[in-house]
Design a binder for this molecule. Sequence first.
Ligand code: DAH
Length: 445
Amino acid sequence: MRLLSNVAPLRCRVRLARLYSTGTSGVVNVMGKDYTRDHLTNITPTIISKLSRKLYNQPGHPLSTLRALIESHFADYAHLSSVSPIVSPAQNFDGLSFPADHPGRSPTDSYYINKHTMLRTHTSAHEVEVFARGTARYLLTADVYRRDEIDASHYPVFHQMEGARVVSADSTGMAELTADNARLRAELARSPIVIDDIPHFDARTNPHQPEHDPAHAVALAENLKLSLNGLLLKLFGGRANLGGDAEGGEPLRVRWVETTFPWTAPSFEAEVLFRGEWLEILGCGVVRQKTLENANVPDKLAWAFGLGLERIAMILYSIPDIRLFWSDDPRFAAQFAQGEISAFRPYSRYPACYKDVSFWRPDVAGGTRAMHENDFCDLVRDVAGDLVEDVTLTDEFEHPTTKRQSVCYRINYRSMDRSLSNDETNALHAKVVSELKNQFGAEIR
Ligand code: DAH
């Protein structure tokens, strides 16, 4: 008896392993190049198909207008936008001093091509290389990739803009910042903006770097905030109250808060009051000297920021679902003109249809870990693409003796362009179920 029960699952596992399309052997072709698969490989065909879309270059697309608006605020910066999304974990994490156990490194959160190669999870992945080239001021626009849940505001690909300014760590650099700060301060004082600021550093909660003269740290942090206050005014000024309770013509309200990033100190987030709600818009800080040393420019000082374009565009254009940015439907694209921010007019809301699937949570990644919600969401995206609106975990329990975990997910299918027929939804769902069995050996309940 014992022998049999030991042998049976083994045989079963061998048979299933051959079926796995996400196996650990062979190669995966990404942007025309073959990469050897390994235990970290988790990039999917759906993600690979997004790699060259460049939505921010499509004239009239909200992401393109927003990008141009931000570039116009930083007119004398280098505008970079054709940097490959394929990076090394060293670029994405190590060069920016991410700790070894940072959750962002996990293959449940990031897309790996293999252990040496991944898709950037943020535009900061290019900071070290751009600093190393000696570029003193730049904006970098790019697609970034994160494994995530499925709902109206999460998509595994989104777009960020990174901005940075470098000055020399001497009196010339300080004179440059001081003059610029005086000019920007005077400009903002004349503008319809109310800024709820915090100290440029706080020895206890948001310290400057030990390498920095406190006066330099202040000049840098102030220059960073002043530059970004101006940007926020350009983006949200005169638009923040539209449709809200407050009367138009009120000044924009910006609020600064302390935060932490592995490669900046002090670090901040900026929020704007939009229709009565404080919305987090960007992260930024004074770049750590370690980062500048990694770029071989230890005698420089820098600040940097990063912002997510979809989040801002959804607010400014009243776009209710992040999938719309990827829509080829002319009813979406034809609404927008390059350079103009206008409210999205929903053209229709087609019926949704949900289906449940319950299964014993299988092992993934060559049996090294249990299936994560993001693994399931990637499978659903590979089958149903943008026809899936959201996925929610509706039930979960652990069998008291076997300790196996059972999960139930509800998948909400809805097209943004047309009505899905029952047959079509059933076929999609049947494919999700069969892929769960084929790729992961999942036992459906
Ligand atoms: N990369 C950060 C993110 O994705 C945003 C960010 C924060 C960029 C601080 C920066 C920075 O350059 O200094 O959340």
